[in-house]
Write a protein that binds this ligand. Structure first.
Ligand SMILES: [Zn+2]
Length: 150
């Protein structure tokens, strides 16, 4: 046996919902090989067993799964160009052109450097007009290819 089997009454490290940290817990109930309910030895509260995951960051939003993946990626050219896009957008948005922004619509024609207000992507600037019916707009979140009339 490589490691000893846990059973009710044993001590186990678990995250504690009340202490908000990892503390020693006494196992109250087991499900298979895994503790199901534990009692915190520090605050004496009973709760579900939360396994200790030292490798995980302290705060990981469930919806942020895709963004979290990007953190581990090596620096790539696409990433640095996205950063340049963002800088360009920031510089441009600080010129106060937001006042001149027109609402985005597929039924509209656009001019180069036209400020556009998109319901989903927010404030953007036309960086390229691509006939017959596409326009490239730089938003805070990056460049998007959108339909339009030209
Ligand atoms: Zn506790």
């Amino acid at each position: 046996m490589a490691h000893k089997q846990l059973s009710a009454g044993d001590y186990v490290e678990s995250r504690c919902t009340r202490c908000r940290t990892v503390t020693n817990h006494t196992i109250i109930a087991m499900v298979g090989d895994t503790p199901a309910r534990v009692r915190c030895n520090t605050c004496a509260s009973d709760h579900k067993y939360y396994p200790v995951r030292p490798a995980a960051p302290a705060k990981t939003a469930k919806t942020g799964g895709e963004r979290a993946k990007r953190v581990g990626e090596p620096r790539s050219t696409s990433r640095s160009s996205a950063g340049a896009d963002q800088e360009q957008w920031l510089r441009w948005s600080q010129e106060g052109v937001a006042d001149q922004a027109i609402p985005y619509s597929m039924e509209r024609a656009y001019a180069f450097r036209q400020a556009v207000n998109h319901p989903l992507f927010g404030l953007g600037m036309v960086t390229a007009v691509l006939p017959p019916n596409k326009v490239e707009i730089l938003f805070a979140g990056g460049k998007k290819l959108l339909r339009c009339k030209t």
